[in-house]
Design a protein around this ligand. Structure first.
Ligand SMILES: Nc1nc2c(ncn2[C@@H]2O[C@H](COP(=O)(O)OP(=O)(O)OP(=O)(O)O)[C@@H](O)[C@H]2O)c(=O)[nH]1
Ligand SMILES: [Mg+2]
Length: 319
């Protein structure tokens, strides 16, 4: 193992930054890096924090990280930047860093842009989380804006998902039902210094009462005012309760299996498609085929069939 990775495993911040950049850019050696780091992963708490824009996720993550630091954990934060025009180009990670954490070397913050990841943002986020784990960060907090499929896929990576809501959006909550309501293991009502907290709580309880989870976990509702740090210790307690509840449980191992399956399939898709395209259409013939399909001279079903036949798959013996 080369020096860079050795330094990373010791928690060296510069090595960490360099490795993450390589992994994020899918540089030539990134797969080799991830392969070597893999056995140093799988132990950290991966905590997803999602919610609508401006609900206070970054502020909360900042406070939560500070709370974890009191227990001497070193913390990794991935802020998935929605690249929205509303953020005015401010990098979320920077915004977090400027608050309570200051220049604490025990917290490592990385922003990731939403666009332009080969193989998808969820896969790239999982790889960066793995690198942070290998560098000893525990927990790894992942902040996303819970709107698109990408973000929901990211949340699925996490072992525990915190959904951040704010008072005053009681009527909008119905719209969230299909998406983030279902993935929330803990609900936070942030900005409890504002009116409408009880109404919001009733709305969440109402939605939660519509269905019950197969694993028996009842998602708690934690009230916070992140800007004042209020309720953050309670949030940490709720997280701990979750882990105690699921330690050694069947649904936990099932969830982990499901996450690993998803990960393997994502990786396989990325590699298969790229390899096939490079080897079957080395000179960009894919575009000609696309035109032929658009003009209805070819159909995509036959094309895919031909491609599959040209790849000689064979049974793999796993030892
Ligand atoms: N009144 C009040 N304001 C808050 C609270 N928490 C956060 N804010 C403010 O809400 C604004 C947005 O906070 P952020 O932490 O950046 O929210 P975010 O969800 O990370 O925002 P995006 O990442 O842009 O979606 C900031 O001005 C915060 O100071 C709170 O508990 N009460
Ligand atoms: Mg934010």
């Amino acid at each position: 193992m080369d020096r860079l990775l050795q330094d990373l495993l010791k928690g060296d911040t510069r090595a960490l930054s360099r490795v993450i950049t390589r992994v994020e850019n899918r540089s030539a050696d990134s797969l080799d890096i991830l392969r070597q780091l893999f056995r140093h992963t799988g132990k950290s708490q991966i905590i997803g924090v999602t919610g609508s824009p401006g609900s206070g996720k970054s502020t909360l993550v900042d406070r939560l990280a500070a709370e974890f630091r009191k227990k001497n954990n070193t913390v990794g934060i991935i802020a998935v930047d929605p690249s929205s025009p509303f953020t005015g180009g401010a990098i979320l990670g920077d915004r977090i860093r400027m608050q309570t954490l200051g220049v604490d070397p025990g917290v490592y913050i990385r922003s990731m842009a939403t666009r332009g990841h080969l193989g998808g943002l969820a896969a790239a986020t999982a790889d960066v989380a793995a690198v942070l784990e290998a560098a000893g960060k525990d927990p790894v907090l992942i902040e996303t804006v819970g709107v698109g499929q990408d973000e929901i896929d990211i949340v699925r990576l996490a072992e525990i998902s915190i959904v951040v809501l704010v008072p005053g959006m009681g009527d909008d909550i119905q719209a969230l039902k299909a998406g983030i309501m279902e993935i929330g293991d803990i609900f936070v009502i942030n900005k409890c210094d504002r009116p409408g907290v009880e109404k919001m709580e009733r709305a969440i309880l109402g939605l939660l009462s519509l269905g019950h989870r197969a694993d028996g976990w009842q998602p708690p509702i934690v009230k916070t005012t992140a800007t004042k740090g209020e309720g953050v210790a309670e949030l940490l307690e709720a997280i701990d309760r979750y882990y105690v509840f699921f330690r050694n449980s069947i649904s936990r191992s099932r969830k982990k299996q499901e996450a690993e399956r998803q990960r393997l399939i994502n990786l396989l898709e990325e590699r298969l498609v790229n390899t096939a395209v490079e080897q079957i259409f080395p000179d960009g013939e894919l575009n000609d085929l696309v035109s032929a399909i658009a003009e209805r001279r070819q159909d995509p079903y036959s094309v895919v069939e031909q491609i599959i036949r040209s790849l000689r798959f064979q049974r793999l013996n796993i030892s």
